[in-house]
Write a protein that binds this ligand. Structure first.
Ligand code: NJP
Length: 230
């Protein structure tokens, strides 16, 4: 119904499925990730299904590029109705004492600092919407620590805290809702990297997460609530 959505990490996996599901619901979807070819393939599928999308290839670890993206979008649209903070990286699964600081820094940049930069850059456009939604994709290992998942888990725990604070800060308006989405085990490149021995057929498809998200948008829920897809 003419809503504008921005989905990060939309070149494959959960983000691509979310973008396609939102487009099917009538949203114009801005797709972002680094790989232009991946974004173009998703854009083509959206067009083939009768939807509309715009691609914006971008490395989210470059804060200045997030500012440029926000400028380009605000030059074309007045408001942003839905921001899906989905892009994320796993890094190496390793004991805490072996975490590589350079890799950890890259991981924090993408999983935590980029969502903050996106919230900062798009806050005015979100607040210009009568009914804005921010969905942040976290993980069960953020809420519950797990051996060897310290680097990734700590980034997701911090993201959850950040989203909770933003929900609290914006709750008074009644016009902006934040949802913390834990997708659970989902068949993507990231899952295959974490569990190489697993049979992909045993893991749910990204489309299941995407359909649940669409459903969530139509449900009553307090801002800041956590939802897990099983
Ligand atoms: O991951 P994957 P998923 N700048 O690796 C993009 C969470 N999660 O779909 O840049 C911009 O297939 C990358 O695109 P590209 C997870 O933590 C998952 O599984 O072209 N974009 C791609 O589109 C994450 O937050 C499971 O390489 C960058 C996307 O991010 C979210 O779900 C379980 C980028 C990653 O696609 C989606 O994960 C769970 C950069 N620098 C939480 N680097 C699960 N799958 O089981 C990467 O609890 N991207």
């Amino acid at each position: 119904e003419g809503r504008l959505a921005l989905v990060t990490g939309a070149s494959r996996g959960i983000g691509a499925a979310i973008a396609e599901a939102l487009a099917r619901e009538g949203a114009h979807v801005i797709l972002t990730a680094r790989t232009a070819a991946g974004l173009e393939a998703v854009e083509e599928r959206i067009h083939a299904a009768g939807g509309t999308a715009t691609i914006a290839p971008l490395d989210l670890t470059k804060a200045e590029d997030i500012g440029k993206l926000a400028q380009a979008i605000s030059g074309r649209w007045q408001k942003l109705d839905l921001l899906v903070l989905n892009a994320g990286t796993l890094g190496s699964l390793t004991p805490v004492e072996h975490i590589d600081v350079k890799e950890y820094t890259r991981l924090i940049n993408l999983n935590l600092l980029a969502p903050q930069a996106l919230l900062a850059a798009f806050d005015p456009m979100l607040k210009a919407s009568d009914k804005a939604e921010v969905v942040g994709v976290t993980s069960s290992v953020g809420a519950t620590p797990r051996a060897f998942w310290g680097a990734y888990g700590s980034s997701k725990a911090a993201l959850e805290t950040l989203l909770g604070a933003y929900a609290d800060e914006t709750a008074f308006s009644g016009k902006l809702r934040v949802t913390v989405l834990d997708p659970g085990a989902t068949r993507t490149q990231m899952r295959a990297k974490a569990f190489p021995g697993e049979d992909p057929a045993d893991v749910k498809a990204p489309e299941v997460v995407a359909e649940r998200l669409v459903q969530l948008l139509g449900e009553e829920r307090e801002s800041g609530a956590k939802v897990r897809v099983d």
